[in-house]
Design a protein around this ligand. Structure first.
Ligand SMILES: *Cc1c(COP(=O)(O)O)cnc(C)c1O
Length: 367
């Protein structure tokens, strides 16, 4: 990225040589992304990240499909990221769309037969998360996509968390729209991609110039685009090796933590889950206190909703799984990555039970 911040700072829309060099770098990056996704370069739209990609997919398709065939329903799941759920809510409350939620099982997974039952011509688009950020569960995207394709309904997939861990070939997955974000794949923050298949029409969120084939106007963020493409290339290349390394470590966490800690359980699917992802709930624990304690011990973890302000609202995803607040307020998710080792797991398992016990007894003394 550095050359594009220093010397090669041209605007890809400019006619002069420096601009054209930047344009060539963007074209190269777009082609690399298209290679990973198995699509053509003009189906790759660069955005400011996963949130914008999700918004562009939902709003853009909802408005286009309403114009085209008067479809006014959004069909999604109760376990989506807020970038999808709140966008769907906004389309309902401010733009007159209707929301339908697919049922999920106790692991937060959607079933193709439920989609088959729920889908109808009034639906503007279907949006389903690929690998769940809070609970790790993987949805059967290719099967769900085949159903949407047969009915001619656009299918969007939030693959922000899946990228770098699961296959992303859009042909195999039967998807029309797919969101990816840079910072979830060891890339820069504030950059993402929306894959939009050539047969899908989108109403742009922004109006302005003709960048990104008119779908996303605005001068391109060249250094981040170059960084994103390289991060995605490496993440895809490294994907299987990374999974082979971290999955056994993750399995240790999933197996041992519920035994080591009373009133604890894992959440999400035990096997059909992102290979690097472990998630738990602990009864009568405040997850922010748990995260602070873990940080002091050298472990950077997350709770179910990555919310640092102590928003007392429990996670919608954990609620959708039927967890009561005494459980859902004590959530923990652990994402393993390239840097993690067996030793990290040993250390973590040595620290966590005592920390949970300490927090519970402090809580009990206050009460
Ligand atoms: C992080 C995340 C997003 C939002 O992506 P940003 O690039 O942070 O805007 C959307 N969906 C999922 C599943 C995520 O994990």
């Amino acid at each position: 990225m550095t050359p594009f911040l220093r010397q090669e700072y041209g605007n890809p829309s400019s006619v002069h040589q420096r601009g054209q060099q930047a344009e060539a770098a963007v074209a190269h990056a777009r082609a690399r992304v298209a290679d990973v996704l198995g699509c053509s370069p003009h189906e790759v739209i660069f955005t400011s990240g996963g949130t914008e990609s999700d918004n562009l997919a939902l709003r853009g398709t909802a408005f286009a499909e309403r114009d085209r065939r008067s479809a006014t329903h959004i069909l999604t799941t109760p376990v989506e990221h807020d970038a999808v759920l709140r966008t769907a809510d906004d389309l309902v409350t401010r733009f007159g769309f209707e929301l339908q939620l697919l049922p999920i099982d106790s692991y937060g997974m959607v079933s193709p037969s439920d989609l088959e039952r729920a889908i109808h011509p009034e639906i503007a688009l279907v949006s389903v998360i690929y690998g769940n950020n809070e609970i790790g569960t993987i949805n059967p995207i290719a099967e769900l996509g085949a159903i949407c394709m047969e009915k001619g309904i656009p299918f969007h997939v939030d693959a922000v968390q899946a990228a770098g861990h699961l296959p992303l070939n859009v042909q195999d997955l039967n998807v029309n729209l797919m969101s990816i974000s840079g910072h979830k794949i060891y890339g820069p923050k504030g950059i993402g991609v929306l894959y939009v298949s050539a047969d899908i029409e989108l109403v742009p969120l922004l109006t302005g110039g003709s960048q990104e084939f008119g779908t996303r106007p605005g001068t391109l963020n060249v250094p981040s685009i170059v960084g994103f493409a390289e991060a995605l290339r490496i993440a895809d290349l490294d994907r299987e090796a990374l999974a082979q390394r971290v999955q056994p470590l993750r399995d240790r966490l999933m197996q041992e933590i519920p035994h080591l800690i009373p009133d604890s359980r894992s959440v999400g699917h035990p096997t059909d889950r992102l290979p690097h992802h472990a998630s738990f709930v602990f009864r009568n624990i405040e997850s922010n206190q748990l995260l602070t304690g873990l940080d002091l011990a050298g472990f950077e973890c997350s709770s179910s909703s990555a919310c640092k302000t102590g928003d007392p609202e429990p996670s919608k995803v954990l609620q959708a799984l039927g967890l009561t607040p005494d459980w859902s307020s004590g959530s923990l998710r652990i994402s393993l990555g390239r840097a993690n080792s067996e030793q990290d797991i040993d250390n973590f398992l040595a620290v966590l039970p005592n920390l949970v016990e300490r927090l519970r007894s402090a809580e009990a003394m206050q009460a």
